[in-house]
Design a protein around this ligand. Sequence first.
Ligand code: SF4
Length: 295
Amino acid sequence: MMIDDAGGLVFRPPSEARSFILRVTIGCSHNMCTFCAMYKDSVYRVRSLEEIDGIIERGAAAMPFIRRIFLADGDALVLPTDSLLHILKKCYDTFPNITRIGAYATPADLNRKSPEDLKRLHEAGLGILYLGIESGDDTVLKHVKKGTTAALTIQAGKKALDAGMKLSTMILLGLGGQERTVEHALHTAEVVSAINPTMLSALSLIIPKNVPLYQDVQQGTFTPLTARGFLKELDMILRHTTMIKPCIFRSNHVSNLLPIGGTLPMDKEAMLSSLEAYIPREDDTTPLLNDNGNF
Ligand code: SF4
């Protein structure tokens, strides 16, 4: 739900489907990841506080029943802390029924903020952050121009949790291609275990024709996983996680071959068992192609 005339595509996590989407930036401040098509057509800008206040006032007048707000676009946490505090206060003062506000964040956004700033944001009602980990393998992160490292991602995730926020993280199956599937799986398991987020979602890589990674496929420097490869990689990641605190795990995105879910570490063996039954035979080399010919 939103009131907006800025144009361009708008994205939000599936769990924010009933939230009011408040675009505090247009686009993503990084916008370099070679696998991501989300904001490639947007010209990045930070909205003025006056513009944002106006949207909040119009949104609250039209939809006073709203209980959750999601700050978009790609990494709302990039805004200065004072601006975010202003926006959070305005939202809670204006919408009468708000219980939670969330936002996307990059590792760089989190690491730029001090622990005190993150605590202030949490106390002001920023309850959940969505962090795209994508991979825990430094070679993969560098190849896809994610703009971070495994160590910086761990630092960022821990900072969000230490500030009291819920942390929902995403990893991307297949991001290492066939070339680095083992390293991608093992290092990703290490990073998510070190962070021990509140929630972890595993999505499967889809490579549309308008992203740079598609050129890597065409040039033969990146080989997409087979159907079996995706399931094996998910199996490897789950098998090597060592969560201590409960982490809700989901691999039920539309991109995934097999919907599985549970709470780590308790449901790990049950999820591995259900996954094992669906891993196809060793000689299955079928690539995943959708109707548009995308990988
Ligand atoms: S930081 Fe996120 S939204 Fe921005 S380009 Fe990378 S994957 Fe896309």
